[in-house]
Design a protein around this ligand. Sequence first.
Ligand code: DLZ
Ligand code: SF4
Length: 511
Amino acid sequence: MTSLRVILGDQLSRSISALQGAVPGRDVILMVEVQEEAVYVGHHKKKIAFILAAMRAFADALRAEGFAVDYVKMDDPANSGCFGGELERAIARHRPDGLVLTEASEWRVVQMQRAWVDTLDLPIHLLADNRFICDTPRFRAWAQGRKTFVMEHFYRDMRRLTGLLMDGDQPAGGRWNFDHDNRKPAKHDLFLQMPRRFEPDARTQEVLSLVDQRFGHHFGDLEPFWFATTQAQAEAARDHFIANHLPRFGETQDAMLDGQPFLNHAVLALYFNIGLLEPLDVCRRAEAAWQAGHAPLAAVEGFIRQIIGWREYVRGIYWLHAPDYANANYFGVGRPLPDLYWTGQTKMACMRAAIGQTRKEAYAHHIQRLMVTGNFALLAGLDPHDVHEWYLSVYADAFEWVEVPNTIGMALFADGGIMASKPYAASGAYINRMSDYCAGCSYDPNVKAGPRACPFNPLYWDFIGRNEDKLAGNPRMGPVFATWRKMGEARRAEIKADAARILEALDHGRL
Ligand code: DLZ
Ligand code: SF4
């Protein structure tokens, strides 16, 4: 009974369901590099290289265990370029008795897998992805009957379920959430260590040449390429984070500094999301660092919350609302994504920094994504679907299940409030408080009107004014609308005129 076991590019975990029970010498493992996955949105060059290099490394590790791995490279002349075509060819090659698959992480590919189950004349085992703490039925049960899906409530359940940072049935340290102690602005001298970097080996070098040849026109810098591509390297990156950055993770979590793309962020999401690291294992190691006195509870709690709280929660929300979620557009906006999201060329220093480092590293941290590029997209009324495709393509860690809720739900409030209790809209004052960007900007965060005004300022009030019908009833927006209503007609007209001028400049590449 030979089974063909299919492993996708974000399923690179030895413990994944599709590999459980696999027997070397009997089963064949299929992995395919396909053009379609690189171009359905034009992924960042570094992201494509990362996934392909990690796929090749994973195939080699399985071969070292004695498995027969049928690995189809992108430049194989017979490669059909898509999952379906490659599966058909592989079935013809191996004539297996059955197929074993793990459900894909995103709706689009699960539809393909379900179609195979319906149409292929073979027994197919389509198994749940076993790499999450909260499986989809559990999340549905949690969500059922709730009017609002409050992450904090879900997170507490996950703490109880995993036992992480628990003191019996009470949270360690007497509090579930230490955000109050976290999230301070940062100073320059804090960031001596970078994330762990790796020299590309011969296998990765070959992928870099391939990506350069085939996808050289895609967004982003291919080199220097330094991501981990093997499990062992990802584990070294994990250990480096725990030793060097975790102790200060919480306090600098929301800070932004020019020339410091990584600060104390883990830069591990890309490894979690393709399967090179096991989230629960990393959380247990972070907890152990606290127990050993190496990192404060506030930092460790903040980190663990991102993994067992936020990460699991967004996946649950994605599957609860897929596929419509990606098309949500609560505010009914449609300004096309401006060029500056690709070029980074703008006089706004914060946007220049966030987009510039995105081009270079395929990385920006969560506050840059949420409060700079996301906030700007929200205030300027950019088309949510365009914005979604941008985030999905430019970040190495972006897969639809995690990216869509973060973009559509959190950054753009395009879901009308399924995830967030109010829009994450902010004027220049927030960015000025949390970063040092404004000092090097052509605009001034303290100027509210006219050509020197930080564009976030008029755009913020224009957003509030034009969405009064949709937002004024929100109790959390009460103070904002109270201020808005106190403004005189002249001030409102000034805001409107400034916002119109800013948006015109945006459309003409002059902002
Ligand atoms: C993102 C990506 C890229 C660029 N290339 C491949 C590939 O060639 N082969 C593959 O199996 N997976 C790739 N991926 C990841 C898939 O897009 C990802 O597994 C699906 O989106 C999950 O639904
Ligand atoms: Fe960004 Fe405004 Fe500050 Fe310039 S002044 S960096 S646009 S927040």
